[in-house]
Write a protein that binds this ligand. Structure first.
Ligand SMILES: *[C@@H]1O[C@H](CO)[C@@H](O)[C@H](O)[C@H]1NC(C)=O
Ligand SMILES: *[C@@H]1O[C@H](CO)[C@@H](O)[C@H](O)[C@H]1NC(C)=O
Ligand SMILES: *[C@@H]1O[C@H](CO)[C@@H](O)[C@H](O)[C@H]1NC(C)=O
Length: 159
């Protein structure tokens, strides 16, 4: 059954509202800190994301499967999973890939992993937006657990 035009945005809105995480802490100056249970518990003295005003800041995220916190296979799957985890957090925080303000990507081998980052971004953005967010990509010597990629995103939440 095809839903009338007005119903679809309504359903989308409801799903959107339900998906939002509640902050684990709100500071006296109204900064929210989030560690939503849909992802995983952090491994140290940091949190998965924060919100100040209409901006959502997501930590450097790696390619774990949230269900069992094991890393996805090295290569495209690892890169994709890192981006999917960031996307999930953005959505739990009330934004999405179309309102990404900025990406910072860290890779341990520019020649091997940058093309995969590009490929994954093309796959994820092609259906949702005609343009990509600004991005910085850096080769670094080492990431935690000798991982290959980590992605950090900043997102807009609207008014
Ligand atoms: C953060 O809050 C969520 C519920 O919103 C909870 O499931 C999770 O365990 C909390 N995390 C921490 C580190 O307190
Ligand atoms: C995650 O942290 C919360 C709050 O500290 C705790 O209740 C929960 O058991 C932890 N979950 C796992 C899988 O360790
Ligand atoms: C972890 O979960 C992923 C995706 O659900 C699955 O493909 C993988 O085999 C699991 N790994 C382990 C060690 O359970």
């Amino acid at each position: 059954m095809k839903l009338p035009g007005i119903v679809t945005p309504l359903i989308a809105f409801v799903a959107y509202a339900i998906a939002q995480a509640t902050p684990n802490y709100t500071s006296p100056l109204d900064v929210d800190i989030y560690n939503p249970s849909q992802l995983f518990n952090v491994s140290g003295p940091w949190s998965l994301m924060s919100r100040a005003g209409n901006t959502l800041y997501i930590s450097g995220i790696r390619g774990f499967y949230p269900s069992n916190t094991t890393l996805a296979p090295v290569g495209r799957e690892r890169v994709l999973q890192a981006f999917l985890n960031m996307k999930m957090l953005a959505e739990l925080g009330g934004s999405d890939l179309t309102s990404c303000l900025r990406l910072q990507v860290y890779v341990t081998d520019m020649y091997r992993w940058r093309p995969l980052v590009n490929q994954v971004q093309e796959e994820l953005w092609k259906d949702v937006a005609p343009s990509y967010p600004p991005r910085t990509i850096l080769e670094v010597q080492r990431l935690n657990d000798d991982d290959i990629v980590e992605v950090e995103g900043t997102f807009y939440l609207g008014d």
